[in-house]
Design a protein around this ligand. Structure first.
Ligand SMILES: *Cc1c(COP(=O)(O)O)cnc(C)c1O
Length: 462
């Protein structure tokens, strides 16, 4: 290791971002507006106010301000787990025997284990500032529920987490972390809401679904004036909060004069990837850099690589506003064999628009290749990665191997979004040789596409 770049590049508290970066202010084409499903007209602030916090709505609709100040109380909370490490992956480079330089930004260094705490902190703070008493949300695997429980504990808010029933049974320890931070975990479907009671009556044995959990969480929030609903990905204000990842990475790399040639991230709802690339994308749009951006999704849930760019509901219960995005259809169900996370049917409207405009290339990877990369990374860099994060590792390794074949010395930055401690069932499946690569057939996709709403905004698809 004789380069002058250290293994970890540290930032001081002073160097931490004081503003979030709003990439929309630089985008040449804005994504089309969210539509109110009742009227099919663009959503106004008043439409969104019963569901979301006021400040988050303002951020959601802001296409003008490139920089939005991070309130001091959020910056103080960020200090408990940020800055996150920016690591030069010397040991991965050595293992691959590549001339490429590989860097990763590790977001798993907090108890919730992922980048989701960056937005949970902001959303809890704004709810408290608005004088609300409580918030609700849903969680599938549990990372978002844990992150929000931590943020609500810090800012003094009550939280009800509707947790998909099978997950709450399969991941009892996740549930316990959430409860330890003082939040209430309600296995969904539950008899505490009309939406839950309806499902239970029809399907008493159901293990629940994310769509049902969202419907319950929204219903609960709408029932009280001092309660709102919060969402952990997809929306523009979540991408804004996640820009702290890209800003820190950029500051750290600039200390050593490094501009990446390639930036890679995994894509579920698109929040970590949107946040990582945002500050670099602003310059890319203005022609000030020539960075290649690669978003990685699972081959079993290929929203961007095989989906349609259309208006669709953000949830399978069809309760939310419609967003123009790459989607497999809100009724698309990934195969139960898929263990690697990132199972959302759609994609952030910002990330979708940037893909559509040619600034981002999306690639889809089968899960056995993802876990192969996860194990290789764990053995040389030490960190046990979340399966989601390992999608980005896989493509970073592939790009580094291309550099080796071509004899080029590219600089590669990727987002390592979290740790895999709560995903050991998936690792067990891989270690047992029991992991399968299911790729949806055209017929499977057509079934999902049939659930995309037929409306005039989607006329081009009919
Ligand atoms: C939730 C999650 C993701 C995917 O969500 P995005 O909104 O696409 O960022 C990726 N990695 C980890 C560890 C997660 O918990």
């Amino acid at each position: 290791m004789n380069s002058t770049i250290p293994y970890k590049i540290y930032l001081s508290e002073e160097e931490m971002p004081k503003y979030w970066y709003n990439v929309k202010a630089r985008m040449k084409t804005q994504h089309p507006p969210f539509l109110n499903p009742a009227t099919m007209q663009p959503c106004t602030k008043a439409d969104l106010q019963p569901v979301f916090c006021d400040e988050c709505i303002d951020q959601e609709l802001n296409e003008k301000d490139e920089w939005i100040e991070i309130p001091a109380d959020i910056r103080n909370f960020y200090k408990t787990f940020r800055p996150s490490p920016l690591v030069r992956a010397y040991f991965l480079e050595r293992m691959l025997d590549t001339p490429a330089e590989i860097y990763y930004k590790f977001e798993g260094n907090n108890t919730s284990g992922s980048h989701k705490l960056n937005s949970a902190a902001a959303q809890a703070y704004y709810a408290k500032k608005q004088g609300l008493k409580s918030v609700t949300t849903e969680t599938g695997a549990g990372q978002w529920g844990t992150a929000l429980a931590m943020a609500c504990a810090f800012f003094g808010l009550n939280l009800d987490v509707f947790m998909v029933k099978v997950s709450s049974e399969q991941k009892p320890y996740r549930k316990e972390v959430i409860r330890t931070y003082g939040a209430n975990v309600i296995p969904s479907p539950s008899n505490t809401t009309a939406a839950g009671r309806k499902i239970l009556k029809e399907f008493p044995q159901t293990g629940g679904s994310l769509g049902c959990a969202i419907a319950e969480a929204v219903e609960k929030a709408l029932a009280s004036d001092s309660c709102r609903y919060v969402l952990g990905s997809v929306l523009d204000h979540v991408i804004l909060h996640q820009s702290v990842i890209g800003l820190e990475a950029k500051t750290a790399l600039e200390k050593y004069g490094v501009t990446p040639d390639i930036v890679i991230g995994c894509m579920g709802g698109g929040s970590n990837f949107g946040g990582l690339i945002g500050p670099y994308m602003g310059d890319r749009i203005d022609g000030k850099n020539d960075i290649r951006f690669i978003g990685v999704e699972p081959a079993s849930c290929p929203s961007v690589t095989r989906g349609k760019f259309a208006y669709d509901f953000c949830d399978s219960a069809k309760t939310t506003p419609l967003a123009k995005m790459y989607t497999l259809g809100c009724g698309f169900m990934p195969s139960p064999n898929h263990a690697g996370g990132l199972r959302y049917h759609g994609m952030s409207p910002i990330v979708s628009q940037l893909c559509h405009d040619g600034y981002i290339r999306a690639v889809a990877i089968e899960q056995n290749k993802v876990f192969e990369a996860a194990l290789a990374f764990a053995k040389c860099e030490g960190i046990l990665p979340a399966p989601e994060s390992a999608h980005a590792i896989r493509v970073a390794m592939d790009e580094a191997l291309k550099c080796k074949a071509e004899g080029t010395k590219k600089k590669i930055l990727f987002g390592l979004t979290g740790t895999g401690y709560f995903d050991l069932a998936a690792y067990k499946q891989y270690n047992d040789g029991a992991m399968t690569d299911y790729i949806p057939t055209e017929a499977d996709l057509q079934k999902g596409f049939a659930t995309i709403p037929k409306c005039s905004a989607n006329a081009q698809f009919e």
